[in-house]
Design a protein around this ligand. Structure first.
Ligand code: FES
Length: 363
């Protein structure tokens, strides 16, 4: 917990390599959607950019799992961090969170990470458009704007299955009374018997988008949701001649709700190439060294000697496995999980980097 007498300049930012998180609250937001709020164990504050995510380590039955969850809180309130997550049918990790994480629970998490952020894309006018629990990065951005630039012109649209499943509806309506240039648009796909609804309904299309954001062409667009929703939105705006350089999207299939288990250290990709060229990989933080078989990733090599590098997507998307390379050459084929300036600074994604020479890694 944060000692009440301490101020930010007396505390260090959260160091995910050394400090656990302590759950301070669990709030029901909508059916199967909860917000978990955390503080830094021993005191500290959270430094992140609206739109980023953290990777949470879950002690689930059958072994540790890593899940990436978008942060829904705002860095303008830095003593706490919140994630808002929906338990999908058949989810393992999120259901474990629902069943096991309570106020007082300690969890390990890593980050923050991610490039779907407001910080690099400041604009005069925004359109935040989301579906379901893809609302979370936009909510972090809106909360930050409400604290730091409340006059910003924002249109905020969320599509949900039913009116009662609109996440953060009450808070959004309150912000609508406090941010003079905030316009809200909710579009449930259908109405259930218990909840009257007089607004727009159905799937997003050009007519609905034009009614809610007639000037969308002049806005910076941030879109988050399932892939079909984002595809529909990008097709709509592209067809209207929108400058796609001002269109940013993040699939929660890729990060926020990823449900991918750890790859075992002895997977087939590794076992099949045991006779190939080998390169030494030194893990400087743990003092371990391993021989990397040709084609093996840094992450797979780390696991052979018990070095823990957190990983979630294992496909170069989420950035969770980012580590610093001190020396040597790797071939890295990523899918956007690392920025150009991070590569220049010597960072690599362990899950998709294959050593070409002996390498030294800070892990
Ligand atoms: S685990 Fe997601 S980028 Fe490596």
């Amino acid at each position: 917990m944060v000692p009440a007498a301490l101020h930010l300049d007396e505390l260090r930012p959260w160091n995910s390599a050394r400090q656990m998180l302590v759950c301070t609250a669990v709030i029901d937001e909508a059916p199967d959607v909860k917000t978990f709020t955390f503080a830094v164990e021993g005191g500290g504050w959270f430094r992140y950019v609206p739109g980023q995510f953290i990777t949470v380590e879950l002690r689930a039955k059958g072994g540790d799992l890593h899940r990436t969850y978008t942060i829904s809180s705002s860095p303008s309130r830095p003593y706490a961090i919140a994630i808002t997550i929906k338990a999908q049918p058949n989810s393992v990790g999120t259901r474990w969170m629902f069943d096991n994480v309570k106020p007082g629970s300690r969890i390990r998490a890593y980050g923050p990470s991610g490039h779907f952020t407001l910080g690099r894309n400041l604009a005069k006018k925004y359109l935040f458009i989301s579906a379901g629990s893809g609302i979370t990065p936009g909510m972090s951005m809106l909360r930050w704007l409400a604290d730091c630039a409340p006059g910003t012109d924002v249109t905020f649209i969320n599509s949900s299955r039913r009116p009662e499943e609109i996440v953060f509806r009450e808070e959004l309506e309150l912000l609508g009374t406090r941010m003079p240039n905030l316009k809200l648009g909710f579009i449930p796909e259908s109405r259930s018997g218990s909840s009257p609804w007089a607004g727009l309904m159905g799937r997003i299309d050009i007519q609905k988008l034009s009614m809610l954001a007639p000037d969308f062409i002049s806005r910076e667009i941030f879109c988050c949701g399932p892939d079909p929703f984002m595809k529909a939105v990008s097709n709509i705006v592209r067809a209207e001649g929108f400058d796609m350089g001002r269109y940013h999207q993040e699939s929660f299939g890729a990060t926020a709700l990823t449900e991918i288990a750890q790859t075992p250290a002895n997977d087939d990709a590794v076992a099949g190439r045991a006779d190939g060229v080998k390169h030494a990989v030194s893990f400087l933080g743990s003092g371990e060294e391993a021989l990397c078989i040709e084609g093996q990733t840094v992450l797979q090599t780390a696991r052979t000697v018990g070095v823990r590098i957190p990983a979630a997507c294992e496909s170069g998307l989420c950035g969770t496995c980012k580590v610093k390379k001190r020396s040597g050459e790797v071939e890295m084929k990523h899918n956007g999980g690392i920025a150009g300036h991070e590569i220049e600074e010597g960072y690599i994604l362990a899950c998709c980097s294959r050593p070409l020479t002996a390498v030294e890694i800070e892990a």
